[in-house]
Design a protein around this ligand. Structure first.
Ligand SMILES: Nc1ncnc2c1ncn2[C@@H]1O[C@H](COP(=O)(O)OP(=O)(O)OP(=O)(O)O)[C@@H](O)[C@H]1O
Length: 271
């Protein structure tokens, strides 16, 4: 059974004669956002399916962080609709947010607390009992290979270890959708690869739907779904192979250049 099958199997049985439908993990419907006169998002539409890895690809200023701020309700929605597993984040925010974990671009750990203390604090915010929180903290620290560092101060971890801890923390309340905003920024090549592997395993082994915002082409794999965002507009959405074929390109780098009209040969934004 694949992770997607597992998710479908866990859905309530449909009535006789009806067809089972799987709710998207995340659905962005006609979302627009402006900062005063500056339009940061213009009629953006896409979905992230359960047990899928969707790369949100865009250069600096594309609107990725603005979109994350809307999905996490840091900003109110000006236009459009955002749903998490069918729950409208404006109408039933509690249900929607319970199903989502987030890793923001800037680090948000308390450096002077231990790894366990950081996890327990997050668990308390989600109403998880102290006993359960201790069990889950030990479990996730084991899973990310930091069990022996449970009592260390976060300050003493490497950048990659801090990111792994942030991902573990985002999963503590067992969400079904995980958002990561440029999660590998500032990490070395090995730490970047480890973080990506870890997140891809969450998709294949736990059926989590992932939205991975990045400006780096080499973080995208052939089986991924791709959303190309440029200057607030969504220029393409679909399986990576289809986006490349539709742009009559051989690779994602060339497809991106054709779609956006930018010259980014290395995957780095133009200076
Ligand atoms: N608080 C703000 N006030 C005014 N303009 C803003 C604000 N935040 C973002 N913008 C503008 O909105 C647009 C989208 O920015 P956003 O930060 O969402 O892009 P991004 O793709 O996340 O880029 P980066 O990776 O550089 O953060 C940009 O033109 C940016 O200058």
């Amino acid at each position: 059974m694949t992770a997607t099958d597992a998710h479908i199997a866990s859905q309530p049985s449909p009535d006789a004669g009806t067809v089972a439908t799987v709710q998207p993990a995340l659905s962005i419907g006609n979302v627009s956002h402006s900062y005063g006169p500056r339009r940061a998002l213009i009629d953006v539409n896409f979905t992230v399916q359960p047990a899928s890895f969707t790369a949100l690809l865009g250069l600096n200023g594309a609107g990725k962080s603005t979109l994350f701020s809307l999905v996490t309700r840091l900003f109110g929605i000006q236009n459009g609709q955002i749903k998490i597993f069918g729950h409208d984040i404006s109408r039933t925010p509690g249900e929607a947010l319970r199903l989502m974990g987030v890793v923001f671009q800037p680090r948000t750990l308390d450096l002077d607390l231990s790894l366990t203390q950081n996890l327990l604090y997050h668990a308390a915010l989600h109403g998880i009992s102290r006993r359960e929180a201790r069990l889950r903290s030990a479990e996730v620290l084991g899973r990310i290979g930091l069990a022996d560092r449970a009592s260390s101060k976060v300050r003493d971890l490497s950048g990659g270890q801090m990111r792994r801890l942030e991902i573990a923390r985002a999963l503590l309340h067992r969400p079904r959708l995980l958002l990561l905003d440029e999660a590998t920024v500032g990490l070395d090549v090995k730490a970047r690869a480890d973080i990506l592997d870890h997140v891809r395993q969450l998709v294949t082994e736990q059926g989590i739907g992932v939205l991975w915002a990045t400006h780096l082409f080499d973080e995208i794999m052939p089986g991924d779904d791709l959303v190309v965002l440029h200057q607030g507009r969504m220029l393409a959405h679909g399986p990576m192979s289809r986006v490349i074929a539709d742009a009559a390109a051989q690779d994602v780098n060339t497809a991106f250049m054709r779609l956006t009209g930018t010259a980014t040969l290395t995957g780095k934004p133009p200076t």
